[in-house]
Structures are given as structure tokens and as C-alpha cells.
Design a protein around this ligand. Sequence first.
Ligand SMILES: CC(C)(COP(=O)(O)OP(=O)(O)OC[C@H]1O[C@@H](n2cnc3c(N)ncnc32)[C@H](O)[C@@H]1OP(=O)(O)O)[C@@H](O)C(=O)NCCC(=O)NCCS
Length: 143
Amino acid sequence: MINVRRAVKSDARKIAQAEKQYIDCPWTEKQISEEIDNPSVRFFVAEENGEFVGYLSGVVTCDECEVSNIAVSENFRRRGIGKMLFAALEDCLNRIGVRQMFLLVRDGNSAAQGLYCKIGFNVVGKRKNYYQGQDALIMRKNL
Ligand SMILES: CC(C)(COP(=O)(O)OP(=O)(O)OC[C@H]1O[C@@H](n2cnc3c(N)ncnc32)[C@H](O)[C@@H]1OP(=O)(O)O)[C@@H](O)C(=O)NCCC(=O)NCCS
């Protein structure tokens, strides 16, 4: 059974391992630990039977939230965990009056774009060469 909960400092090591494995410019364990402690950040992890399987974080500024990163362990993809992580974040944002979420995604990351479109994000702009020669799409979702 999948369970999504707020991240705590002791999750930082596993999140950092996943960042290294799945994210182009990974955060270090120290950076992640600081983010977990940052009151502006909402950080979630997903577990299956207590085993770490994914994470999602977003930074809240006034009534906006910028999604920082998400990854789901390779063997656990396409089982709705990405959607569950976003549902937990959105639930939390709705309770504190956040009105919109936005994020940047590498043009060509079809899995991430597929997830974001499926849950209601739309492309609202593009940053040329944002990822060393590759463009970033700016996506937004109104809550
Ligand atoms: C992007 C990622 C988090 C998706 O996680 P996930 O748990 O597999 O996503 P879900 O199972 O919740 O998928 C929900 C929907 O998103 C879309 N989707 C997910 N993966 C997809 C893929 N590979 N191709 C196309 N659409 C995809 C589908 O519409 C899917 O619904 P469906 O399975 O009913 O068709 C995962 O692929 C990942 O960790 N990628 C590597 C890290 C990364 O790129 N992070 C984003 C950085 S911006």
C-alpha cells in the first residue's frame, strides 16, 4: 500500500540518492535537509510498505507554489505515485490559500510532461537553452 507523508530530516539521504539517480542537476543531502527544515517548503515522500519510493517538493511564496522536484523510483512508475504526491501537495496548498502552482520541465521529458498535463498543468511559456542547450517549458496550474 502506498502512503504519502510530509518528509522529515531522516528522509534526506534516500531523497539525495534518488536525486542523483534520476535528476540532471541533483541537490545534495545537505541541501535537501535544509529544504525539509525550510518553513516555506512543502516536502513529501511516498512509501510502499515503509519503503521509500518517491518524493515531491514545492516552495510557497505568497499565493504561488513553485514545484522544485519530483521523482519516483524506476520500478514503481506508472502506478499513480506521481499523482498521489501531487494530490498531497495540492491538498496542503488549498488549505493555506495558495492559488497557483508552476514548474519548469525539460522540453523532451515526456514522462514528466505527461504527468503534469494529466493533472491539469498547461504550458504557459518557454525558457530557451535553460538546461545546457535544451529548452525548459514553463507550466502552470490554477488551484
Ligand atoms: C515523472 C515521474 C515522476 C512520473 O511518476 P509516476 O509515478 O510514474 O507517474 P504516475 O504513475 O502518477 O502517472 C500519472 C500519469 O502521468 C502520465 N505519465 C506518467 N509517466 C509517463 C510516461 N513515461 N509517458 C507518458 N505519460 C506518462 C500518464 O498520463 C499517467 O497516467 P496513466 O499511467 O494512467 O497513463 C517519473 O517518471 C520520474 O520519476 N521521472 C524521472 C524524474 C523526472 O524526470 N522528474 C521530473 C523533473 S522536472
